[in-house]
Design a protein around this ligand. Structure first.
Ligand code: ASP
Length: 448
């Protein structure tokens, strides 16, 4: 049987086990489509508005609940992860492997994106569609955003270093937080036994945070239902038809990542059974789709991986970093979206410019935090200097904004999958995986 088919079946089985979340997702989409029709036809506006307000409340409450545990989880996981890896050699090995695999996956993503968009030319002939679709309010917002985001690469790099780590924690700026926590944890690992009280403290924080996550997941079904309903109510199903070629190119790119790139990587570098692993993480994939946030999904990604035998050491080191830095689907999306816009406006790109877009997309995507819409903000970095006029930039950007939520849901699902895949491969390489747990879907390890 072809690997794609096997993966699809595994996902199906994983979804079956998590049928309640999957049903919530699909039911949410159907309700969203009905609400969208009501909004467009101004049918029963009062009832529709009330339902929308309730759904919005439920969805946002779910997202806020999981966001609430993200910072304590990331901080405690990295401290424990680095301290438990301990010696320099193993830390270096984990770090190098992580960069290598995340790197391969991201390069594959931009190459696939560039090849697909240059082959199928989804942008050809859609200029007037873009101009008609983008309303003037969005254009005004976008013009403002674009003028704010003129910062160059060096300025962006500077922002990675927190002036005051507590301020970054208060603001929830994940990348500076990780920067500080990584350095702090390496220092902790170096000072020897004196670090015990601090490490034990974070071990308790981690355990309690995972417990809270467990409780929050009781709300996963209504949460995912409400999130998908409000998302679809906003743009309706017709969006899938109107610029189908562009959407199809991005989605085919994501499918190639899921069904070809990750399985190949797993086969070449590890003996992790692809299908079993996909079914093990199906729950995290669905929550990623609903929340459009890798960071918010992180507690669940960790739970899925640890429950099925990937060691705590690897999970707590690789997954928090991946949820913030590894955004291969975002890089693929940014490459396709930017080249799509240049096609729409008839700007001829040289091969050098295409490579430049791909490289910038790799950088821009990893500076995107794992929150909804982050990839759309950092795309400004990739859009610079491509021969589009400021008006075209504003229009194009506003057009991409209109499709943002649906794109974000898909790309987050893929981003989260690749984080888990890399964790599994590293765990295999380092003998940090319990294959008995992984291969037996019914035997779960209690994470807490
Ligand atoms: N929402 C995505 C994530 O959390 C990032 C993005 O906007 O592309 O993975």
């Amino acid at each position: 049987m072809k690997i794609g088919m096997k993966v699809a079946i595994a996902l199906g089985l994983g979804i079956k086990r998590n049928a309640h979340i999957f049903i919530g997702l699909i039911a949410g989409m159907i309700v969203g489509a009905v609400l969208h029709t009501n909004i467009i036809n101004n049918h029963n506006p009062q009832v529709t508005n009330t339902i929308m307000a309730i759904l919005n409340f439920i969805g946002q409450a779910f997202i806020r609940l999981i966001q609430m545990v993200v910072i304590p989880l990331v901080v405690s996981a990295i401290v424990i992860g680095v301290a438990s890896v301990g010696d320099n050699k193993q830390l270096g090995k984990f770090g190098t492997k992580m960069l290598l695999y995340y790197g391969i996956i991201t390069v594959a993503a931009v190459v696939i994106g560039a090849i697909l968009v240059c082959t199928f030319h989804p942008g050809a002939g859609v200029q007037s569609f873009i101009n008609n679709q983008t309303s003037s309010e969005i254009q005004a917002v976008v013009a403002h955003e674009l003028s704010n985001s003129k910062s160059n690469l060096l300025n962006q790099a500077l922002l990675l270093i927190p002036k005051n780590p507590l301020e970054s924690i208060a603001k929830g700026d994940m990348i500076p937080i990780i920067f500080f926590v990584l350095i702090f944890s390496i220092a902790l690992a170096k000072v020897g036994d004196i670090n015990r009280p601090v490490v034990s403290f974070f071990e308790s924080v981690f355990a309690a945070t995972m417990k809270v996550t467990d409780w929050i997941m009781f709300f996963a079904v209504p949460g995912v239902f409400a999130l998908s309903a409000t998302a679809i109510a906003g743009f309706g199903m017709s969006i899938f038809g109107s610029i189908s070629k562009y959407l199809a190119v991005v989605l085919v790119g994501f499918l190639i990542q899921l069904l070809v790139v990750y399985p190949t990587l797993m086969k070449v570098f590890s003996k992790v059974p692809v299908t079993t692993f996909y079914s093990a993480i199906a729950e995290a994939m669905m929550v990623a789709f609903g929340t459009a946030s890798s960071s918010a999904t992180l507690p669940l990604t960790m739970a899925c991986c640890e429950r099925r035998g990937i060691s705590h050491k690897v999970c707590s080191f690789v997954l928090p970093l991946g949820a913030t830095l590894n955004m291969d689907a975002t890089a693929l999306f940014q490459t396709v979206a930017v080249i799509f816009l240049t096609q729409a406006y008839g700007v001829e790109l040289t091969i050098f410019q295409i490579i430049q877009i791909a490289v910038l997309a790799m950088i821009a995507s990893s500076t995107a935090a794992g929150i909804p819409g982050a990839g759309m903000i950092t795309i400004a970095l990739v859009l610079n200097g491509l021969g589009l006029t400021p008006e075209q930039l504003v229009l194009g950007f506003a057009f991409l904004m209109a499709l943002e939520r649906v794109m974000d849901m898909f790309r987050t699902m893929v981003n989260v999958t690749s984080d888990a895949v890399v964790a599994a491969i590293i765990a295999d390489n380092e003998n940090e995986i319990d294959y008995q747990l992984l291969n037996n879907p019914e035997s779960y390890k209690e994470v807490i």
